[in-house]
Ligand binder design. Sequence first.
Ligand code: CAO
Length: 274
Amino acid sequence: HIENLTRAPPEPLVETAPLPAAKKRKPEPAVRPYIPQASVQEDRVEPIRGIRKAMVKSMNAAHAIPHFGYYDDIDMSSLVQLRYDLKSTSKARGFKLSFMPFIIKSTSLALLEYPVLNASVDSNCENITYKASHNIGIAMDTPDGLIVPNIKNVQSLSLHQIALELNRLHELGINGKLGPSELKGGTFSLSNIGSIGGTYARPLIMPPEVAIGALGKISVRPKFNHEGEIVKAHTMQVSWSADHRVIDGATMARFSNIWKSYLEKPGTMLLDTR
Ligand code: CAO
């Protein structure tokens, strides 16, 4: 317990104002409340049930898939600025706008160019089905454990609609109220582990899907600009895992480049959003 009490407070997740305007206001570091954990006084056996049992099944199936990983850094500075600019609008409209709706939409836009990543394979890996709908699964950390509801038909949703649906699913997830309609039918998954912390991860594919992406924490890092000067940049790492039986590294890299270009120049999403 002494260790917990003396630990330095965690850094804030991300500066709320963009760079360099961030100089105006330095966010105060979040102070982590000390939550005493109930310690285990003696060994206790607990059956694995419910969501944890479902995780045993899906992760055992995932483990049978030959995964390969692909990692990259994304400069999120423009997106940090854009979200900052839109925050008062989203507040006035009564919805929460995190980075996820942009990340989800850019995933769908990149999937339009690489439909092989929005696909499923049968159990013997003899057939691949290209899915018409982009039902993007979002890994959620809930009081019941890891759960992955999906946002249906992202290819035809606006950023506003995606944000509303994400807020709805998150609320249901926190309250243990997600049903089969929200949990079934996912075609591609994203895991924003960066909302808790970390940079890279090694996400496991949700079978029968063929790829998944894990997002790291957006943090300010040094970067060389076009003039060769060192500037501050809001940087996020992505870790993709794909089924190497049907997806090759070059495909994953090309897909990731398109996804990255939408996030680094978020205005370009407007050009391609239907
Ligand atoms: N980097 C920096 N800041 C981030 C961030 C990131 N990667 N992700 C979220 N944030 C910020 C948000 O912008 C928000 O900031 P504001 O309060 O200023 O708006 C704040 O952190 C809280 O975000 P959130 O978590 O409520 O919302 P979200 O839409 O970003 O993410 C969800 C929703 C459900 C993906 C997330 O809450 C969650 O559960 N993440 C964990 C996923 C997980 O467990 N993955 C592991 C799976 S394998 O076991």
